[in-house]
Design a protein around this ligand. Sequence first.
Ligand SMILES: [Zn+2]
Length: 82
Amino acid sequence: MGHKYDPGDARRRRLLSRRLHEIEERLETVERRADRLENTLQGVVREATSVSLGGPCRCGESLLIVRRQTIYCPQCQYRRTI
Ligand SMILES: [Zn+2]
């Protein structure tokens, strides 16, 4: 049972490796953007004396914001007094 040469197979492999390369590049772009936003957000929070950040909200869409006696999510309805 030797491996049979299949030109269609080689073409599919080339196509897959090109797509993988594209996905890697997009992932790098998205990671850079996320890091940049996180750094910016931390800088903004440092400037704002009455605001701090909590962990991720259960909705998964945002971090929680802590302000005065309230912890809340800017994306969903979650809000709690502490
Ligand atoms: Zn939420």
